[in-house]
Write a protein that binds this ligand. Structure first.
Ligand code: KG4
Ligand code: ZN
Length: 352
């Protein structure tokens, strides 16, 4: 069964064709990053306008790359939530129209569940990673930081979540303040490779006490790193003639921040693994591309840690088509009047 998957929840306009929930026949991701970079964040109005302009071409390219015509598609899946409402509406409406015109089964998808499905995808010729349920899920993106128990592709229980910023959001905000670039995750990851992670000691949140042992918090870390920048700026005026201070190397800030950001995730995640007895961890979302997170989890040889291939960490249509197949194959259908929604019940920050 060949499923067309469409993703437009944020700033990636994406479409893919996936066969039987595993084999990725095509995966087209048109990123809007250059258009949002000068604002240091996604501008919702620009995002939805660009999706409207691009969606037809992106879907057409996905079909062409798979050497298929619309008549070869057996089902359609599209992200319906969570995300930017205006952006979601473009992909969702396009997918509904495609399904209606071709009389195809249609399914609306939860973007976060799709991120957890991504490790089950393979490019043609590669072997599919075996992912057995239940496992511990780590969903880390620009909008979410969630630790969950995953019973099946459509069945998760949130164990912990951020009480303030998402981890990807913290990378993006720190990067914005330091002028590293947008989006921040990939920039900081790259800079950190040549920095000293022990140059600065940033605080860990003290959330582990009490009733919420798996929750996360990033606003304290973000503020500490930003305060450090202000200290540099003040000391620069009084220091060397070129304004440089030995401690102000961006690589060191990046490495020290990243180290703490990853340790915050690991502390809650490993505690959840111990308490639940789950020995498989599956990561998903843009931050799952982080090289330190991958390296630190690889050290935990007592756990099986599964990451999606790098091209399926960020937003893409293949994960939507892949999970879409699972629903469609068991007979689930969404009505064509299904609505998009910005949030998903239970996935939100716990204490807004
Ligand atoms: O899943 P995603 O593409 O979009 C959302 O659903 O939010 O995740 C985007 C987030 C951004 O915050 C970006 O900075 C972060 O993922 N990110 C990374 C890395 N690559 C992307 N964060 C840390 N390290 C990376 N290598
Ligand atoms: Zn995402």
């Amino acid at each position: 069964m060949k499923v067309l998957g469409i993703e437009s929840s944020c700033d990636e306009c994406a479409a893919a064709v996936v066969e039987d929930g595993e084999r990725v026949l095509s995966n087209v991701v048109a990123t809007q990053i250059p258009f949002h970079a000068k604002y240091n964040g996604v501008v919702p109005e620009i995002a939805s306008r660009m999706h409207t302009e691009w969606i037809y071409g992106v879907v057409q390219e996905a079909l062409e790359k798979a050497s298929l015509s619309p008549a070869d598609i057996d089902g359609v899946a599209a992200t319906a939530h969570p995300g930017l409402l205006g952006s979601l509406l473009v992909g969702l409406s396009f997918a509904k129209a495609f399904a209606w015109a071709r009389k195809l089964p249609f399914i609306a998808i939860n973007h976060m569940l799709a991120h957890l499905y991504a490790p089950r995808l393979s490019l043609t010729g590669e072997t599919v990673q075996q992912v057995d349920y239940p496992f511990l899920g780590l969903l880390v993106s620009g909008g979410h930081s969630i630790i969950c128990r995953v019973e099946n592709f459509d069945d998760i229980t949130v164990l912990g979540t951020t009480i303030d910023d998402a981890v990807g959001e913290a990378f993006d905000k720190v990067s914005k303040y330091y002028g590293f670039g947008y989006p921040g995750g990939a920039y900081i990851d790259r800079l950190a490779k040549t920095g000293n992670p022990d140059a600065f000691h940033f605080p860990m949140p003290s959330l582990h006490k009490g009733d919420h042992p798996y929750d996360l918090s990033y606003s304290g870390l973000k503020t500490a790193v930003i305060n450090q920048l202000n200290q540099f700026r003040n000391s620069k005026a009084a220091s060397a003639p070129d304004g440089a201070t030995p401690a102000s190397r961006p690589e060191d800030i990046a490495a020290s921040f990243q180290k703490t950001a990853v340790e915050i995730l690991l502390r809650s995640l490993l505690r959840a693994a111990e308490d639940t007895g789950l020995t498989t961890i599956v990561a998903g979302g843009g931050v799952a591309a982080n090289s330190l997170l991958r390296a630190r989890l690889a050290e935990k040889t007592e756990l099986r840690c599964i990451f999606p291939p790098l091209e399926f960490c960020g937003d893409n249509g293949a994960m939507i088509a892949g999970i879409g197949y699972q629903y469609l194959a068991r007979g689930d259908r969404s009505p064509l009047n299904v609505v998009a929604s910005a949030r998903v019940q239970g996935f939100k920050k716990k204490y807004p």
